[in-house]
Design a protein around this ligand. Sequence first.
Ligand SMILES: *[C@@H]1O[C@H](CO)[C@@H](O)[C@H](O)[C@H]1NC(C)=O
Ligand SMILES: *[C@@H]1O[C@H](CO)[C@@H](O)[C@H](O)[C@H]1NC(C)=O
Ligand SMILES: *[C@@H]1O[C@H](CO)[C@@H](O)[C@H](O)[C@H]1NC(C)=O
Length: 358
Amino acid sequence: MKGLVLLGLAVVALAAGAGVAQPVVPAVFVLGDSTLDVGNNNYLPGEDVPRANVPFYGIDFPGGAKPTGRFSNGYNIADYIAKNLGFERSPLAYLVLKSRNYLIPSALTRGVSYASAGAGILDSTNAGNNIPLSKQVLYFASTKAEMEAAWGTRKVSMLLAKSFFLLGIGSNDLFQTNPKSPAEVAALYATLVSNYSTAITDLYGLGARKFGIINVGPVGCVPRVRILNVTGACNDALNLYAAGLAAAVKSALTTLAPKLPGFAYSLTDSFAASQAIFSNPQSVGFVSSDSACCGSGRLGAEGPCIKNVTLCGNRDTYFFWDSVHSTQRAAELGADGVFNGPAQLTTPISFKQLAYNI
Ligand SMILES: *[C@@H]1O[C@H](CO)[C@@H](O)[C@H](O)[C@H]1NC(C)=O
Ligand SMILES: *[C@@H]1O[C@H](CO)[C@@H](O)[C@H](O)[C@H]1NC(C)=O
Ligand SMILES: *[C@@H]1O[C@H](CO)[C@@H](O)[C@H](O)[C@H]1NC(C)=O
């Protein structure tokens, strides 16, 4: 009896020692924008496609400093969500997997990322220079068809029902649109929410059941927006606009969920998550929560993050990596918050509860 227990412990210790974590879900499928992109845009043609394919992007990427297409000095939030789920990092980008003829092996064991920098809920957002949400859903549908050809419909539908669908999109639609009247604002919210609901319902129709959704946050506080004001303050109007969309998405999910049997979700309150850091950056080890670590000019946000700029001293003490995107450290804190953190950061359950309990 005692011997058996010891043996059990030894096996656990061995697994932990070898760094083998058992993933909590069979796969992760990621749809969204630059906050989640892990290299899709490097495979899109066109000069105006946003790409993080030059130094100093990736300078802290674990296992070899190199630009990977992530808009970060290292990992992004998709990587840290995937790590919390027991994977090494985010699944690879769809277009990378296609180019390497490795789409289906990855889809069946780890998942696929369709996220694309610049993408919006609307096809018209930065049109032609990204994979918009509707097309990301189509790419997932075609992935699913190939998975079924390899594995059969029953096994694939079981895998998808247990998989984690990570979504994060909407900020680019806010940046792009500039409504002039309350009526225009209301109309835009309605269109955005309707199109977002369509995408989510389509994914559900294709077999997705667990949705971890990163809602839009205080986009009026990114350095690129702050420098438009001489005081460097956040743009309150843009933040209100974003808060309105976040509330509309929250309400739409409350309505949608009961209509879709087996549908489960966790939605972040990205305002609360950012506020926790912005109100007291020092408490989490940040010396700056308003300036870009990589860039030039005022708040590091007047010039791009390219190789001739002077980086901030300690990248782990900055919230922002470039003029729009967070550092690896901020992404880690954000992911840990929505996974393990205080209940008010997610609704109606945490990412962890979604992954483990549903
Ligand atoms: C978004 O919604 C509008 C109006 O409801 C519709 O015309 C358009 O096709 C939708 N686009 C997407 C990408 O769903
Ligand atoms: C700049 O920010 C201040 C708050 O610090 C605000 O009162 C002012 O309206 C802003 N100016 C513009 C042009 O948005
Ligand atoms: C970096 O180089 C670009 C041209 O490639 C130039 O426009 C920019 O001013 C330079 N920035 C700095 C901080 O030297």
